[in-house]
Design a protein around this ligand. Structure first.
Ligand code: DX5
Ligand code: ZN
Length: 233
């Protein structure tokens, strides 16, 4: 994957039909998704449970674009190899998941996959200053992780701006996750984010039988994002 800061929409399959993941992944990709975002939750780091490595392995053959796996689990280090072997293109761990985020990022890199660090809403941007040379992406959480459909936290925009300044010339993506929709994406783009996770805003009103709704939803987020990018240039 060559690096660029073009707008990328990464639907989270947390909002998909859990009885039909293969078809759901194919539908969002046919309808314009750039990446497919997998939310892994452990019932401990976050109060919800989702996908183990075998589930991610089952998703893999359906994903033709890029699969980023967001690990909301603690401890995280013991599971990195299994999620890499399941076929993640990128593994994102939380800074808050343990005392040694630097070691965690080294462990992800050692698997030969892209790596990212995620920050909860209560965590300041400054904590990642010594980690930036190790990461391909910073994920700024704009809700407290655990559930889809939560309200966007406006302070996330300022954090994105701070992370963008810290990154400087480095080839690092900034992803935002939580409450992203056509009304919230603009200021995030202007602040410097390029990759947007969206669950409810992509899947609402659609289904594998009505995939064009996914297409309209993705297009609406992209149009708002690209409009903001043009205005900022
Ligand atoms: C929250 C997850 C998000 C979530 C986004 O813990 O990491 O990916 O599914 O969902 P929406 O877009 O509905 O806020
Ligand atoms: Zn996520």
């Amino acid at each position: 994957m060559s690096f660029d800061r073009s707008i990328k929409i990464a639907p989270s399959i947390l909002s998909a039909d859990f009885a039909n993941f293969g078809a759901e992944i194919r539908a969002i990709e046919d309808q314009g998704a750039d990446w497919v975002h997998i939310d892994v939750m452990d019932g401990h780091f976050v109060p919800n449970l989702t996908f183990g490595p075998p589930a991610v392995k089952a998703f893999r053959p359906h994903v033709k674009t890029f699969m980023d796996v967001h690990l909301m689990i603690a401890p995280v280090d013991p599971y990195i190899e299994a999620y890499a072997e399941a076929g993640a293109d990128m593994i994102v761990a939380h800074w808050e998941a343990g005392p040694h985020p630097h070691r965690t990022l080294q462990a992800i890199k050692a698997q030969g996959v892209k790596c990212g660090i995620s920050l909860n809403p209560g965590t300041p941007a400054s904590v990642i200053s010594e980690l930036l040379d190790l990461v391909d992406m910073v994920l700024v959480m704009s809700v407290n992780p655990g559930f889809g459909g939560q309200k966007f936290i406006p302070g996330s925009v300022n954090k994105v701006r701070q992370v963008r300044e810290m990154i400087g010339d480095r080839e690092i993506h900034i992803q935002v996750d939580g409450g992203v929709d056509p009304t919230t994406v603009g200021p995030l783009v202007e602040a410097g984010a390029d990759c947007f996770v969206a669950g409810s805003a992509v899947f609402k009103g659609g289904s594998v039988d009505k995939p064009e709704v996914y297409g309209q939803n993705i297009a609406a987020i992209r149009a708002a994002a690209e409009g903001a990018l043009k205005a900022a240039q």
